[in-house]
Design a protein around this ligand. Structure first.
Ligand code: DC
Length: 229
């Protein structure tokens, strides 16, 4: 199936969202936009400027002066800050610790949302992954998915990715996931929540391929045949 339009994929960390979004984009022949990578890149700019992530005014100024570039090709990840490749750095612990504070700053969100809409407009078909895509960034999207999974399953997945087996370390990962969810869901600007018209998909009992199949089927049933390219 070739598809034109937007698929939004929101949900908390550790649900396998990124792998699913890439898989869906590949199946649909669509572009892929990882908006979390944009907030992470903004966080790199903040850390490199020596700015305290809790100082909202300084964060807004720093991100406002930074050139953040994120690619939309599902097969290759491009993330740059002021021309420097930060694709690996944005996944590090230092950035992960600070990103919730940076992404809670309204001026940062306005700047990145504007950029996200421009990238989406330039792509005919696109799968967009984040926290507020169905609610704020693209409220008119053709298909909205909210991906969830039980917290224990999410912590186990993260642990497997990182090669962690120690039960205490897995418990610490689960606690960190809960802390970030709580922060992202309770912030004043664009909190994490499903859009009223989103389909909630629970990935606790499904493997990645199962979730991709489910989302592709939802796209197929949501988009009238005449509107598929
Ligand atoms: O999906 P991720 O873990 O890479 O996201 C990193 C952080 O960015 C996460 O703490 C929530 C935030 N984020 C956001 O506030 N809005 C988005 N659309 C995407 C991510």
């Amino acid at each position: 199936m070739t598809f034109r339009g937007q698929v939004t994929l929101d949900g908390p960390s550790g649900t396998g969202k990124s792998s699913v979004a890439r898989g869906v984009a590949a199946r649909l022949g669509a572009a892929y936009l990882d908006t979390g990578a944009m907030y992470r890149a903004a966080t790199v700019a903040v850390l490199d400027a020596g700015v305290d992530p809790a100082d909202a005014d300084a964060v807004a100024r720093t991100v406002g002066g930074a050139r953040i570039e994120v690619g939309t090709d599902a097969a290759t990840e491009t993330v740059r800050v002021d021309g420097a490749d930060v694709a690996v750095r944005i996944r590090g612990a230092e950035v992960t610790r600070a990103v919730s504070a940076v992404s809670a700053v309204p001026a940062v969100r306005r700047q990145l949302v504007e950029q996200q809409r421009a990238l989406v407009a330039a792509a005919g078909a696109v799968v967009v992954e984040g926290r507020d895509i169905g609610t704020v960034v693209l409220p008119g999207a053709a298909v909205k998915i909210y991906l969830t999974a039980a917290p224990e399953a999410r912590a186990q997945r993260r642990a497997a990715q990182l090669g962690i087996t120690d039960p205490d370390e897995v418990a610490a990962l689960a606690a960190d996931l809960r802390r970030r969810d709580e922060f992202d869901s309770s912030r004043a600007d664009s909190p994490l929540r499903p859009a009223a018209d989103a389909v909630v998909v629970d990935s606790t009992e499904l493997d990645q391929q199962g979730v991709v199949d489910r989302v592709v089927a939802l796209v197929g049933s949501a988009v009238p045949a005449g509107e598929r390219a």
